[in-house]
Design a protein around this ligand. Structure first.
Ligand code: F0G
Length: 477
């Protein structure tokens, strides 16, 4: 898949990195015509979130809960223990997570955001702050829900799509120290999102994690990981960080978990399951408080909003995700897609990250201003041209409406093509690249959109839009 001829002992391995699995169960992909897609998109009010699954050929909206489970995971589903309190599947999961992360208290939740909700409800208050590289949207929303302030301190290179910095998820250590000093008691905790999803799926280096943990602890603050994509981050450390190539992804992951006081995890990503989350804590008092809240909102501490079979599948998924043949294929397939697009001059977020390729939609459509949503225009063209769904991460998602005029724009206009795990093959990747190249050739003629209906919070998921036409009904030229 990628040109990386390499040696294993004395043996030279082939250049092609293959999907390290064979397919036992298949699902037919929906096929639609261009006319049908035009109708579906119009019915969806030009918002891809409102499309129906059966009208989408390749769905790159998210890598969350959309991957394929292995035969071993399906087998574990069958033998999962549905005992209401004290399920054996919980104890298996608990020991897997303790072994993997070194954490003491393992609290299952139904997904990542419920772990966040519980964590911030016991650590955040009216005037507290959380310092992070970048908060994911649900993380920020949960901090703010409890009256706190979520502060992002990612390094400056992260905001430059062309920067080739290998660890664009790193936190700016000087800014972190300055905030710790200035905000003192107001700081509830330091949080590192690995990989940094909102910043392009970019990894955080072990060196940066070590330094951030040391700073947090020097100021007496808990150091917490948002570990949704911990295995991808570990693999990118192995590939990119000097001195780490001979360690296994598992050793690297253990090393960064040991720097932390706990973590939240959406298991729908690197847990390789369709539903699930985890809260890991070392502090017995915090864990006690978290468990009390868990009983109120999720369920008993030995199931936390999940069925026994979900816990069982997650225990297997957390082992499988650290299989290096899997991680090599996973990251190589993202790099391969990134390379295909880059060869054709398509403007991208560089370098390739963990779970997705991000297109710089503003550079793709420089003639569409942020308040006419160049990212949405590209996502919609991608659907119309090839039945592929992607997600806008720009002004529609993160901009703010302004009563005086156009929206206050987001810092970047991106489109995320997110790859579900173990789901699509190399030919799917090549098909999507072909469509993107066709769109790039026709880029001058594409128009923007205007919002016809929106809600006050998280508008991107429900907004209704229309293409910008002239009064005569033709597209503006
Ligand atoms: N943290 C990160 C870094 C995430 O990417 C997500 C979800 C969450 C927390 C919340 O987890 O969905 O299980 O409640 N990200 C998905 C995405 C939705 O598409 O990037 P959840």
């Amino acid at each position: 898949m990628v040109e990386t001829s390499y040696k294993l002992g004395s043996e030279t391995l082939p250049k092609t990195i293959i999907e390290p699995f064979r397919i036992k169960t298949v699902e037919r992909l929906p096929q639609t015509t261009r006319d049908e897609r035009e109708q579906y998109l119009q019915e969806a009010k030009y918002n891809p979130f409102k499309l129906r699954g059966r009208h989408i050929t390749i769905d790159l909206l998210t890598d969350s809960g959309t991957g394929a489970m292995s035969a071993a995971q399906w087998a574990a589903m069958m033998t999962g223990d549905e005992t209401y309190a004290g399920s054996e599947s919980f104890f298996e999961l608990e020991s897997t997570v303790q072994e993997l992360t070194g954490v003491q208290y393992v609290i299952p939740t139904h997904q990542g955001r419920s772990a966040e909700h519980i964590l911030f409800s016991i650590t955040s208050s009216g005037d507290s702050c959380v310092l992070a590289n970048t908060h994911f949207d649900t993380t920020r929303a949960n901090v703010e829900y409890f009256g706190g302030t979520a502060i992002d301190l990612v390094i400056e290179e992260a905001l430059d799509p062309t920067s080739q910095h290998p660890f664009k998820g790193n936190i700016d250590l000087e800014k972190l120290e300055e905030h710790l000093q200035r905000l003192g008691d107001k700081v509830a905790l330091v949080l590192m999102t690995i990989t940094n999803n909102s910043g392009g799926g970019q990894p955080v280096s072990l060196e940066n994690l070590r330094a951030a943990s040391e700073l947090a602890h020097r100021y007496g603050k808990p150091f917490i990981l948002d570990a949704a994509r911990f295995a991808e981050n570990a693999w990118l450390i192995k590939q990119r960080e000097p001195g780490q190539s001979s360690r296994s992804a598992r050793e690297i992951a253990k090393a960064f978990f040991l720097l932390s006081d706990g973590f939240t995890m959406s298991s729908k990503k690197d847990g390789l399951v369709n539903i699930g989350g985890l809260l890991g804590l070392n502090d017995p008092e915090l864990a006690e408080k978290a468990r009390s809240l868990l009983i109120l909102t999720e369920g008993l501490p030995t199931y936390g909003g999940l069925a026994g079979r979900d816990l069982a599948a997650l225990a297997v998924g957390l082992e499988e995700v650290l299989d290096e043949a899997y991680l090599e294929y996973r990251i190589a397939s993202i790099q391969y897609f990134h390379q295909l697009l880059n060869q054709h001059g398509i403007p991208l977020m560089h370098p390739a990250g963990g779970h997705a390729v991000y297109i710089d939609a503003q550079a793709f459509y420089p003639h569409i201003p942020p308040h006419e949503y160049p990212g949405l225009a590209l996502a919609n063209e991608l659907y119309l041209e090839g039945g592929v769904r992607a997600v806008e991460i720009g002004t529609l998602m993160f901009g703010r409406p302004s009563p005086e005029g156009p929206d206050i724009p987001a810092p970047l206009e991106l489109v995320r093509l997110t790859f579900p795990r173990r789901t699509y093959t190399q030919s799917h990747v090549e098909y999507i690249a072909e469509i993107m190249v066709q769109l790039f050739e026709k880029r001058d003629h594409v128009k923007g959109y205007r919002i016809t209906k929106q809600s006050n919070i998280l508008r991107a998921f429900t907004a209704e839009l229309e293409p910008i036409f002239t009064k005569t009904g033709s597209l503006l030229s």
